[in-house]
Design a binder for this molecule. Structure first.
Ligand SMILES: N[C@@H](CCC(=O)N[C@@H](CS)C(=O)NCC(=O)O)C(=O)O
Length: 232
């Protein structure tokens, strides 16, 4: 059994989608980010970075894994699924996984901070992070012109990127001009394990929707942990 420590965010949903896809038994422990549970000492013992997601693999003597990309690789390698084992196939998946971990996630994350959460609107910062997110979306769109998925068969690279890109509206970035990206978003959205994964845990906000009242409330709650440091 795997213990998953998570919350309803793109990084959290990457782990729950993968667990659902792999059919691995797991127990979800929802972490209340606004209450800063992720900074409690018991949680820092699992993830010294004080962020979700993290897992404990009870079948492996309580082995802990933090960083969502590392969790995806661990689960894929544990099961021999969602990532090929040949060196080139594996590398292709890791390249697109790193693209998300070092690019899409951080850029969309900062776009959210400046566009949604900070009360003061610093336009050059908003433009920079939204522009960089859009550029990365264009890279994905170009690549998806010739391939159904990002790296061969459906893989952890698709899960990682999808969990973030689907929230494009929340980051204030439009994708109407990116038909291949839209097709890929829809294909992955239709997978039952993905639909289950994004409900683990369910979100107070429909990241794919347009409800401005829910958006305001969610932004206020989120600001409480975006503004705070490591300790509680
Ligand atoms: N690089 C990390 C990022 C994790 C991360 O930023 N998690 C956010 C939620 S998406 C979090 O826990 N934030 C709480 C905080 O900053 O206190 C990963 O991919 O796991």
């Amino acid at each position: 059994m795997i213990s998953l420590y998570s919350a309803a965010t793109p990084n959290g949903h990457k782990a729950s989608i993968a667990l659902e896809e792999l059919g691995l038994p797991y127990k979800l422990h929802s972490i209340d980010l606004s209450a800063k549970e992720q900074k409690d000492s018991w949680f820092l013992a699992i993830n010294p970075n004080g962020r979700i997601p993290a897992i404990i693999d009870r079948e492996e003597d309580g082995f802990t894994v933090f960083e969502s990309g590392a969790i995806l690789m661990y689960l894929a390698e544990k099961t021999g699924q969602l990532m090929p084992t040949d060196i080139k196939g594996r590398s292709r998946v890791i390249q697109w996984l790193m693209f998300q971990m070092g690019g899409v996630g951080p850029m969309m994350g900062q776009a959210n901070v400046f566009f949604r959460y900070y009360p003061e609107k610093i336009q050059p910062a908003i433009d920079r992070y939204q522009g960089e997110s859009k550029r990365l979306f264009q890279v994905l769109d170009m690549h998806l012109q010739d391939s159904e998925y990002l790296a061969g068969d459906y893989s952890i690279a698709d899960i990682a990127n999808w969990a973030w890109v689907r929230t494009y509206r929340w980051s204030g970035v439009e994708i109407d001009d990116l038909p291949n990206l839209k097709r890929w978003l829809d294909v992955i959205r239709s997978r039952p394990a993905v639909q289950k994964g994004i409900e683990m845990p369910p979100s107070a906000l429909d990241f794919e929707g347009n409800d401005e009242n829910a958006a305001r409330k969610f932004s206020q709650d989120t600001l409480t942990w975006v503004e705070t440091g490591q300790s509680r």
